[in-house]
Design a protein around this ligand. Structure first.
Ligand code: KIV
Length: 258
């Protein structure tokens, strides 16, 4: 039985066909999400990167469904225009039934689509989600939720056999109904090959400028997390410096008043 194509998938295929480039940013709270939506971003991602940049965890593996539901609801209250995509956190999609149940919870919290990491290895989970009519975004390449298994954050697609596996993953996700696929830390030439071989947009992060879209963690874009800066992310503001300046000014003023 042929399933119907989700409206987000149809819309994104059309935008790619028109040659549109898309800009995606993360948000985890109401004010940031509202500012990004009003600025015109094409998609707001409630990423599990919130583990590091909001919750102070060492990586994304400690983020759970409760955290994602809490932040998804805050972002939903803010965003009126752009699609809101929410990450399924680590171990929330270990089998197809669990994946579907948790995807439904995120949709009830306000997600227009969910994202989960992996290709062929999680294809039954992806099918369970798309068959239920839930919007879905793929994520292949470097998978932060597997950082411990993988022994660190490593560039993907360096060998031809790895590139072929990534292409296979991308096609499997497209066939399963993905609306777009995040390509994280993939060798640029391989990211370009994937981009040219699928109809749905690829959303690159650290994968060169040949992708259809680019995504950044907003804290990296605005310089709000000064303790770690990914090499590919260009900060266009220095929010950390502004917070420190304002706090110090306030402190000095209050202490002078004594
Ligand atoms: O969690 C996240 O913010 C992400 C992006 C980096 C793609 O998955």
């Amino acid at each position: 039985m042929r399933q119907t194509v989700h409206s987000l998938t149809r819309q994104l295929i059309e935008r790619k066909a028109r040659g549109e480039k898309l800009a995606v940013l993360t948000a985890y709270d109401y004010p940031t999400a509202r500012l990004l939506d009003e600025a015109g971003v094409d998609m707001v991602l409630v990423g599990d990167s919130l583990g590091m940049v909001v919750l102070g965890l060492p990586d994304t593996t400690g983020v759970d469904m409760n955290a994602m539901l809490h932040h998804a609801a805050a972002v939903r209250r803010a965003v009126k225009r752009a699609p809101v995509v929410v990450d399924l956190p680590a171990h929330s999609y270990d089998d197809p039934e669990q994946a579907l149940q948790n995807a439904e919870r995120l949709v009830r919290a306000g997600a227009d689509a969910v994202k989960l990491e992996g290709g062929l290895a999680v294809i039954e989970q992806v099918r369970a989600i798309t068959r239920a009519g839930i919007g879905y975004i793929g994520h292949i390449g470097m998978l932060p939720q597997s950082v411990k298994l993988d022994g660190g954050y490593k560039k993907k697609g360096k060998l031809e056999e790895d590139a072929l596996r990534l292409l296979e993953d991308a096609h499997a996700l497209e066939d399963a109904g993905a609306a777009a696929i995040v390509l994280e830390s993939i060798v640029s030439e391989v990211a370009l090959r994937i981009t040219q071989s699928v109809k749905i947009p690829t959303i690159g992060i650290g994968s060169g400028d040949g992708c259809d879209a680019q995504v950044l963690v907003t804290h990296d874009l605005i310089g709000a997390f000064p303790w770690f800066k990914p090499p590919f992310a260009r900060s266009r503001a220095n929010v950390a410096q502004e917070i420190t300046r304002a706090a110090k000014e306030f402190l000095a003023e209050v202490k002078r008043e004594r």
